[in-house]
Design a protein around this ligand. Structure first.
Ligand code: UD1
Ligand code: CA
Length: 453
């Protein structure tokens, strides 16, 4: 039987933030979500989150996670004190307790699995994850023998100069025999620089404490300040890009692009510099993104190109060309072979196959059919100051440049709108609609001029 406890009650003083540390975002997910999801695969019997600082805010953010039990630690008197809160909660539990620090977000599930296996096969009372770090500043130092038996862990701030030379560090990830741990937890004392109860002190109290050194020290980066947050973001981004490069995505300038973990790419996608994908993006075969684009929850079919544009919660069909400088806002759905050109903004609108909005337009709350050409500068006037209204345009229509379609309005199929029209009435199929002042001509007329004297 396995129980998992994530320590997430600390304030994170060093972040200097109003947000609890474990709610800081990293590549689109909070630190604590990352830590929790790293052990999803093990289907633990119990999943416990120890909360304290701004507990309601943390709980509210994570309420949607099924099976997660919140355990309150009040006040926050150290990591050992945090785990002491589990004593009543896990009373009678017989199995392993996996303890994860809520601020160590890059841990791979395979590493946790290795730690569990190691712990089970050695029969230790506790097995903790360690790393040899080039710069161990701030981490607890682990003192062990050749066989991997740990005698003690000393926090950086409590170390003597000599002890600080030891670069074997505590990752903050532990697998305990719960019954054994429960027996020693009440013995912790706060005889240290911070005057707190340290979970790390349990290793000296347990008869058999072992450690397992992680192969990739990057996995156990702890986040205490913004600098470490930025370093982890960089590492995570590198992992993501490397993964997708192996899967056949080209990055012209990898380090200038960022991705979220919920992105999926087809084959032969090319990502040009300064392009960022956030949220849940789907990018089909042969798409070309960037340079200079931001996509959030974008669903792109095959062969789409996006140049210097912003796409937010929109769906785009095959071979569509977008940009430069287009903005697709939420609820936009563009069918195959459309063209969305320079300085065009679309919101909550559907475009049928082969339609084109090439220059300087705003199309909002509109339903456009197939093969429509929307001339430069066309605006759907969708807002009357109170409500939004719809514009409908039928297949094969052609809207002249600089037209204003005042919604609600329905234009039929094969409609032609003369350039510069302001339309307020529906237009039947096949009609030409003109809504502009007639051009006035006065032949032989020249402007009066000042007489010179
Ligand atoms: C801790 C370890 C250190 C290790 C490092 C790895 C201890 C005493 N030290 O130090 O050996 O090298 O992690 O990253 O455990 N928390 C609570 N309640 C509290 C205090 C903290 O839940 O009362 C939580 C925090 O929210 C955080 C985690 O425990 O998620 C670690 O706390 P933090 O103060 O960051 O410990 P470190 O000083 O980094
Ligand atoms: Ca920490």
């Amino acid at each position: 039987m396995l129980a998992v406890a994530v320590l997430a009650a600390g304030k994170g003083t060093r972040m200097k933030s109003s947000l609890p540390k474990v709610l800081q975002p990293l590549a689109g997910a909070t630190l604590v979500e990352r830590v929790l999801s790293s052990c999803n695969g093990f289907q633990p019997e119990r999943q416990l989150l120890i909360v304290g600082h701004k507990a309601e805010q943390v709980e509210q953010q994570l309420n949607h996670l099924q099976g997660l039990e919140f355990v309150l630690q009040q006040p926050q008197n150290g990591t050992g004190h945090a785990v002491q809160q589990l004593l009543p909660v896990l009373e009678g539990f017989d199995g392993e307790l996996l303890v994860l620090n809520g601020d160590v977000p890059l841990l791979r599930p395979s590493t946790i699995e290795q730690l569990l296996n190691e712990h089970r096969s050695s029969g230790a009372d506790v097995t903790l994850l360690t790393a040899r770090l080039a710069d161990p500043t701030g981490y607890g130092r682990v003192f062990s023998d050749q066989q991997g038996r740990v005698s003690t862990i000393v926090e950086h701030r409590d170390c003597s100069d000599e002890q600080r030379q030891n670069n074997l560090t505590n990752a903050g990830i532990y697998c305990f025999n719960w019954k054994k741990l429960a027996a020693v937890l009440p013995q912790l004392c706060s005889d240290n620089d911070q005057g707190e109860l340290y979970l790390t002190d349990t290793v000296a109290l347990l008869p058999i404490a072992m450690h397992m050194e992680v192969a990739d020290p990057d996995e156990v980066n702890g986040i205490n300040d913004r600098r470490q947050l930025a370093q982890c973001e960089a590492l995570l981004q590198e992992r993501l890009r490397e993964h997708w490069m192996k899967e056949g995505v080209t990055f012209v300038d990898p380090s200038s692009c960022t991705l979220s973990e919920d992105c999926q790419f087809g084959m032969d996608v090319v990502i040009e510099p300064q392009t960022h994908l956030r949220g849940r993006c789907n990018v089909g075969d042969g798409c070309k993104l960037g340079p200079g684009s931001l996509l959030t929850n974008a669903d792109l079919d095959q062969g789409v190109s996006v140049l210097h544009s912003v796409i937010d919660d929109a769906k785009v069909g095959k071979q569509v060309k977008i940009g430069p400088f287009a903005h697709l806002r939420p609820g936009t759905h563009i069918a195959d072979n459309c063209r969305i050109g320079n300085f065009v903004e679309l919101k909550k609108s559907h475009l049928g196959e082969g339609s084109k909005v090439n220059h300087l337009s705003y199309i909002g709350d509109a339903e456009l059919g197939r093969n429509i050409n929307v001339g430069a500068g066309t605006i759907t006037a969708n807002y009357d100051g109170m409500m939004k209204h719809r514009t409908v345009i039928g297949d094969h229509s052609s809207i002249g440049a600089n037209s204003v379609l005042v919604a609600p309005i329905v234009l039929g199929t094969k409609v032609t709108v003369g350039a510069g029209s302001t339309l307020t009435k529906d237009v039947p199929n096949g009609a030409l609609a003109l809504g502009r002042a007639k051009q006035l001509m006065k032949e032989g007329w020249s402007a009066p001029r000042k007489t010179q004297d």
